[in-house]
Write a protein that binds this ligand. Structure first.
Ligand code: ZN
Length: 254
């Protein structure tokens, strides 16, 4: 099977030997890194570009997701750094996304048809992450709701208070966009987040890139083990319906 891995800030290297490939799509070029492991073709896509310098609002999401689709990828495992809103979520802990509220205004559609996002993440891949976390003995908070904001700026205290009142657990800038596009393309998609800071206003500590990097550094091997375990466990889709709207739309095409 062909599997996509999307890594965010700080998560760039899964395997020692990965072959760089440039994929040309109608939305732009995308760099991915290919390796074969566990009998699977794994395509690693650094979300923020090869040089890790493209900020969230400027990521070419449509090109990224279409590149994976054109490579034949059917399922995508993703990892992202987020800010924690729910005080139960400690800095350095992992959470499994289950729902999101999308406040971004960027283009997040190929404009061909409407998809059902009642359940925005693939239930089978969510289960893969649960089992992978158990296998490496790392706590993984279930049922986590993300509020997705435009960025690149961080949030005001009032915004965080509002999100907190609305029951949001974590705040990020990328996953809602990827989830919507993955669904449009009929690919399964699931995300584990690493809380690298408490959202602004919830802590005495000012936001610091240094502190963020330290958390990523500290958890890098854990995240890598989780992803490698998940790659081992993932199978072809069985009962999930992530691909159905896409296939129906393709059939409906004249
Ligand atoms: Zn699925």
């Amino acid at each position: 099977m062909k599997l996509g891995i999307i890594g965010g800030t700080g998560f760039y290297h899964l395997f020692e030997h990965m072959v760089e490939k440039n994929i040309r799509t109608e939305y732009g070029d995308v760099t991915v890194f290919h390796a074969t492991t566990e009998g699977k073709d794994v395509y690693f896509l650094p979300r923020h570009g090869k040089h890790h310098d493209t900020l969230a609002p400027f990521v070419n999401y449509r090109a990224n997701m279409l590149a994976l689709k054109e490579l034949g990828v059917t399922r995508i495992l993703s990892v992202s750094a987020v800010g924690a809103i729910n005080p139960e979520i400690k800095v350095g802990s992992l959470s499994l996304l289950d729902q999101f509220v999308d406040l971004t205004t960027r283009v997040k559609t190929y404009g061909k048809y409407s998809v059902d996002l009642t359940e925005p993440f693939c239930p089978e891949l969510q289960e893969v992450f649960v089992q992978a976390a158990k296998a490496i003995n790392e706590p993984l908070r279930p049922k986590t709701t993300l509020v997705c904001v435009e960025g690149p700026r961080y949030e005001t205290k009032a915004e965080v208070q509002l999100f907190s009142k609305l029951g949001m657990d974590v705040i990020g800038m990328t996953n809602a966009t990827e989830a919507a596009l993955a669904r449009e393309l009929g690919m399964c998609y699931s995300v584990v987040t690493l809380a690298t800071n408490m959202a602004p206003g919830l802590t005495e500590h000012p936001l610091s890139l240094k502190a963020h990097r330290e958390v990523v550094e500290r958890k890098r091997e854990t995240v890598k083990s989780l992803m490698l375990e998940a790659i081992k466990l993932v199978e072809e889709r069985k009962r999930c319906t992530c691909h159905e709207a896409y296939e129906r739309a393709m059939i409906a095409k004249p």
